[in-house]
Design a protein around this ligand. Structure first.
Ligand SMILES: [Zn+2]
Length: 258
């Protein structure tokens, strides 16, 4: 009898799941195909074809080179050469170009409220980082903040969703109170590289923690194009944390050739 009850329950649950599928057909975030019941957010085909960067295996990669170039020209310290900025690590889960169908991942997370996908792909990246020596000593994740008015209107911060998945896979906390966006900036999409850098310069402010609290910080955003936003976050965090504290950056997408 107990067996019959559990089979009955199982069948009932399956019917409920199928009914939910009918009401809200779950589709692949990349190609839009209907998902099978075992698939989550992305179909098996698109998951298998995902253009993974494998940057987590490389301390130097095209993304980190682009970011460090920015650091080399943009950061100056009022001290001697002993406090020079160390080479910063940078990692993305996948790479894509403007027309690629994988652009739908960050787009859906940012504009369609697909917070669950943000957490899901964040976890996918975090589960890779935790296996790598250069990443596994990270002890805190900080999402790129939205200005409070924008967050209020959108109802969520896409970088926070990604950060939460990434941090849970790495077993470390997320802090949203250290870095704040004090200036509301224009959307970056239509600006050139210099325009983007100018637009976000001084937009962030760090505080609410002590410099000795952490050893390796990961700043998280949805995509990396020119790196201007992450650079502005990095410089704000450097006003609190000395160069002995490593600051790295991680995103879902890396736009090649930007
Ligand atoms: Zn698909």
């Amino acid at each position: 009898m107990p067996c019959m009850i559990s089979y009955g329950l199982l069948a009932g649950m399956k019917r409920i799941v199928s009914a939910i599928d009918l009401l809200l057909p779950r589709t692949c975030i990349v190609c839009g195909a209907k998902l099978l019941s075992a698939e989550r957010h992305i179909c098996l085909y698109c998951a298998a074809e995902m253009p993974l960067t494998r940057f987590w295996k490389q301390s130097h990669n095209p993304m980190s080179d682009r970011f460090n170039e920015k650091l080399a020209t943009g950061i100056s310290y009022a001290c001697n050469a002993s406090c020079r900025e160390p080479y910063a690590y940078a990692v993305a889960l996948f790479t894509y170009h403007a027309e690629a169908s994988y652009r739908h991942i960050p787009y859906s997370i940012k504009y369609k409220g697909d917070v669950r996908s943000g957490e899901y792909f964040g976890r996918m990246l975090g589960s890779r980082l935790i296996k790598e020596e250069i990443w596994r000593d990270a002890d805190i994740v900080i999402p790129v903040p939205l200005h409070w008015t924008r967050r209020f209107r959108r109802g969520y911060n896409q970088a926070e969703a990604i950060a939460s998945g990434l941090a849970s896979a790495m077993g470390i906390p997320v802090r949203t109170d250290i870095l704040i966006r004090k200036k509301r900036t224009r959307t970056q999409t239509k600006l050139d590289i210099e325009g983007k850098t100018r637009n976000v310069a001084g937009a962030f402010k760090a505080g609410n923690c002590s410099p000795e609290e952490y050893r390796h910080i990961i700043i998280v955003d949805d995509v990396f194009t020119t790196g201007s936003t992450l650079f502005a976050c990095f410089t704000a965090l450097r006003t609190v944390f000395p160069p002995g504290v490593r600051i790295s950056v991680a995103t879902l997408g890396f736009v090649g050739g930007a």
